[in-house]
Design a binder for this molecule. Structure first.
Ligand code: ADP
Ligand code: F6P
Length: 322
């Protein structure tokens, strides 16, 4: 452990994700066990600027591991992109005796962490997003819960869709990333999967597919549409007009971001939280924790942000075949 690090802060930023509380809990308890004090920062970078900072003890994270959302609250704080605001935030950290911060969030939040590191505050990021779109990590906190919530909801829509012999377009979250759509597409046995990364916007192909399947006697036709493509309701109207088959759109929305985290999310979040606290207490900075090729590891933030994540081609092909 570094004797320079006496107090660390922890915050959650960007979209919340089930499992963030397990990560906060692990950061707090691991740091305390390393002899380092912990301060909680409410509402992400917005709360840091407003100095919503409080001392955290072991008991402050009791009874939180099973809870969805984030006990610290989160925010999108656009002004944090400004250089002077970042400098001001670093001064606030120094004023509160905060030597380093664990930032739990997505790649936007990592940019904020990188800025704080530039201003002399040690930072470690943890991948917290339901979107699975952090290139350096095979796993992001919240994805497992979100994808299971979506899968269960889609099963239910499928029941009623089959009974009524309808076509259903089900929109799942993912503004820029199609991982929830891909996983649900495979796990729910959807007939069509539309991902922002691969969709060619050729609706005629979908229409032909629906007509052919109906001829073969299929009672339902499930289309999983990612939020990044959107327009599910107007797409449903066009498909109904072209096929003559009743077509409904269901937008799953924010239910996917809530709820009690799965075992996997609690477990990975706990290990990542502890890992982040340990490397921050060792004096490391400007790094992000990742799970890659079966191991917990860490990367330089710039390197992590420059890495590219693509929809795995074989997995996408499988989704189209089965
Ligand atoms: P996520 O962290 O889930 O990707 P956002 O992209 O909304 O979510 O980013 C969360 C927050 O991180 C933003 O509201 C802002 O406070 C901060 N942030 C995002 N981009 C930058 C940037 N380029 N520089 C500094 N801070 C940033
Ligand atoms: O947390 C990630 C995410 O859920 C994306 O899938 C989605 O596009 C975005 O957040 C929506 O966030 P909000 O509506 O809260 O800004």
């Amino acid at each position: 452990m570094s004797d320079q690090i006496k107090t660390i802060g922890v915050l959650t930023s960007g979209g919340d994700a089930p499992g963030m509380n397990a990560a906060i809990r692990a950061v707090v308890r691991k740091a305390l066990s390393n002899g380092v004090s912990v301060k909680g920062i409410k509402r992400g970078y917005a709360g840091l600027l407003a100095e919503e900072i409080f001392e955290m003890g072991r008991r402050d994270v009791s009874d939180t591991i099973q809870r969805g959302g984030t006990i610290l609250g989160t925010a999108r704080c656009l002004e944090f992109k400004e250089e002077e605001v970042q400098a001001q935030a670093a001064e606030i950290c120094k004023k509160h005796g905060i030597d380093g911060i664990v930032v739990i969030g997505g790649d936007g939040s990592y940019r904020g962490a990188q800025a704080l590191a530039r201003h002399g505050i040690n930072t470690i990021g943890i991948p917290g997003t339901i979107d699975l779109d952090i290139a350096c990590s095979d796993y992001t906190i919240g994805f497992d819960t979100a994808v299971n919530t979506a899968m269960q909801a889609i099963d239910k829509v499928r029941d009623t869709s089959s009974s009524h012999e309808r076509c259903s377009i089900i929109e799942v979250m993912g503004r820029n990333a199609g991982y929830i759509a891909l996983w649900c597409g495979i796990a729910n046995g959807a007939e069509d999967i539309l991902l922002p990364e691969t969709y060619d916007y050729n609706e005629q192909n979908i229409i032909n597919n629906i007509i052919q399947n109906r001829k073969k006697g299929k009672k339902h036709h499930i289309i999983i549409n990612a939020e990044g493509i959107g327009h599910s309701t107007s797409m449903a109207r066009r498909i109904e007009a072209a096929t003559g088959i009743e077509t409904r759109a269901t937008i799953l929305g924010y239910m996917q971001r809530g709820g009690s985290p799965t075992c996997k999310d609690r477990y990975y979040a706990s290990i990542m939280g502890a890992y982040a606290a340990d490397i921050l207490c060792e004096g490391k900075s400007n790094r992000v924790v990742a799970y890659r090729h079966g191991e917990f590891t860490d990367f330089d933030i710039e390197e992590a942000l420059n890495m590219e994540k693509k929809i795995p081609e074989y997995q996408y092909l499988v989704s189209k075949t089965i």
